[in-house]
Design a protein around this ligand. Structure first.
Ligand code: PMP
Length: 438
């Protein structure tokens, strides 16, 4: 691979020197199978800049201590760093309060928290939960488990051949029994950017038609409860600006590891009023105010939902990743990745027999494809020998694969540290693999 500096300057709005950016990511300079690594599996997890790695090292070398309980200096420093990280996340997603930011183990942890806690209190037999055809298993299975437990009904928004949600069909699914709508912001398999703001507005309008409901989720006094909305932002937050107040969602879930931070930590954003009325998820230390054998009272937000010693360094590492993204500029990231996607799409379409799965008008930097007469995993295996990491399989979206009547896809997903030269290398490798396979 040539070591050429690629400075991408868009018409007016952004500037991203990708060779400079790449210097921040040590792993991008290693070889795989004797070839320079081309990492196109960012949808599964992203790489980490030195700035994040340094913060994690420094924490264990200088600050490590348990939080919220200690009177000593180290504990106070760790607590301060962790709570400062919460505020960094709050500002990043523009939440109104920092106690609306709950640290979890990741998107999966966040969705399970809502399914358990909201489900326990508000879902009854016959109630309806709406998800979409393109959800990740982690935004399907927790709702199925809840429906099974409570006798509730799961409804699914269909999609068209391009991989776009059918909003007219969605409107028909909404009913007075709809208690929760959970959709992904960006599809990890198709790259589709869903019109979540419009979806949320449709739910709000629907709620306002319900008896005694004034349009919000929590009726002021005993009226009909409307549906709440959870957005799975796992694939959105790394690529685009998210503003939870502008969206007006009730819950928003995402993972640090897909946005250049560490694994094992993520966020559940929830509106204060809704979080306040939900029961705790797990019991243990930190989530209590007082405990006696007769009765326990629970802590306030956000601690009510954070039982036990959390992933302290994970939260601090996430904040470092956010600082890094802010330093690059989210608008720069979005514009550059869009350019990479267009470049790759254009190139791959020239290869005979290629079928792109996911051709929505509005897409993030995910390119899923199939090639006539070949199996995606064979392609993945051959190009891995050439140092190229892509993902193959169902991408934890089996129902979506069934919708397209395919067993899986090959998926290249790009981040802002990828280059057009890497895409050229990938296309050449793909052509070589196809020659071997046909
Ligand atoms: N939702 C989407 C859209 C995803 O892409 C993923 C991860 N592939 C998840 C949820 C689950 O994220 P995690 O495994 O980090 O909990």
């Amino acid at each position: 691979m040539t070591k050429k500096t690629t400075t991408v300057e868009a018409t007016t709005t952004y500037k991203l020197n990708v060779e400079e950016v790449r210097k921040d990511f040590p792993i991008l300079h290693r070889q795989v199978n004797g070839k320079p690594l081309v990492y196109f599996d960012n949808g599964a997890t992203s790489q980490k800049p030195q700035q994040v790695i340094d913060v994690i090292n420094r924490y264990y070398q200088h600050e490590n201590s348990n939080i919220h309980r200690g009177i000593h200096t180290l504990s106070q420093e760790a607590t301060d760093a962790y709570e400062k990280a919460r505020t960094t996340v709050q500002q990043f997603i523009n939440a109104q309060h920092n106690h609306e930011v709950i640290f979890t183990s990741g998107t999966t942890g966040s969705i399970n928290l809502v399914a358990s806690s909201f489900g326990k209190k508000h879902i009854q037999a016959g109630d309806e939960i709406i998800i979409s055809t393109m959800e990740h298993h982690s935004n399907i299975v927790p709702w199925q488990m809840l429906c099974e437990e409570k006798g509730a009904i799961l409804k699914v928004i269909p999609i068209n051949e391009k991989g776009e949600l059918l909003l007219d069909e969605f409107k028909k699914l909404l009913s007075p029994k709809t208690k929760l709508v959970a959709v992904t912001h960006v599809s990890n398999t198709l790259g589709t950017i869903n019109p979540v703001k419009e979806i949320i507005q449709l739910v709000r309008q629907h709620n306002s038609t319900l008896d005694g409901n004034v349009g919000g989720n929590i009726p002021p006094s005993g009226g009909q409860r409307g549906a709440v909305i959870l957005i799975d932002g796992a694939q959105a937050v790394p690529h685009t600006k998210v503003d939870v107040q502008a969206l007006d969602c009730d819950f928003y879930a995402f993972s640090a590891h897909k946005m250049f931070g560490p694994t094992g930590v993520g966020i559940l954003y929830g509106k204060e009023a809704i979080l306040n009325e939900l029961p705790p998820y797990q019991g243990g230390g930190d989530m209590i105010k007082t405990v006696t054998f007769e009765k326990t009272t629970y802590n306030e937000l956000p601690h009510k939902f954070e039982a036990g010693t959390p992933n302290i360094v994970g939260g601090i590492g996430l904040a470092a990743a956010i600082d890094y993204m802010n330093h690059i500029g989210i608008a720069n990231i979005e514009a550059y990745e869009h350019e990479l996607l267009n470049y790759a799409t254009h190139k791959i379409k020239k290869i005979e027999g290629v079928r792109i799965i996911g051709e929505a008008a509005n897409k993030a930097s995910v390119l899923s494809f199939l090639v006539d007469g070949t199996h995606p995993s064979d392609i993945g295996m051959i190009i891995d020998k050439l140092g190229i990491a892509i993902r193959t399989g169902h991408h934890c979206t089996e129902p979506l694969m069934n919708r397209f009547n395919i067993p899986g896809t090959a998926r290249a997903s790009f981040a802002f540290y990828n280059t057009k030269e890497e895409i050229d290398t990938f296309i050449l490798a793909l052509e070589r693999a196809l020659k071997m396979l046909k």
